[in-house]
Design a protein around this ligand. Structure first.
Ligand SMILES: O=C(O)CC1=CCC(=O)O1
Length: 91
């Protein structure tokens, strides 16, 4: 199943910057591994925002939730998920 996901990062004020940088590096490594596995299909920065638009190709809602909630930045993100169905006019 395909999912459109919008993630907005809200950097914590209570964490030392070096700790947040460490979480960002872990997030990058995990995101790149998921892209290489084919499950994180698109990852785009929303221009002018600390947010991204992503497309995931995973088995179901449960797998998507497991992936999103395992991301190192998950505690500092708001996430909006839109399941995608095939459009009848799509070629
Ligand atoms: O910077 C972001 O939008 C959050 C994020 C998702 C994957 C990644 O590497 O950073």
């Amino acid at each position: 199943m395909l999912y459109h996901v919008r993630m907005e990062v809200h950097p914590p004020t209570h964490l030392p910057p070096a700790e947040f940088d460490r979480l960002k590096a872990e997030e990058k490594a995990q995101a790149q591994a998921l892209q290489e596995s084919g499950r994180w299909v698109h990852l785009w920065r929303i221009a002018g925002q600390y947010a991204n638009i992503s497309v995931f190709d995973v088995a179901d809602h449960d797998e998507l939730h497991a992936i999103l909630s395992s991301l190192p930045l998950f505690p500092f993100m708001s996430v909006a998920v839109t399941p995608l169905a095939r459009h009848p006019s799509a070629i």
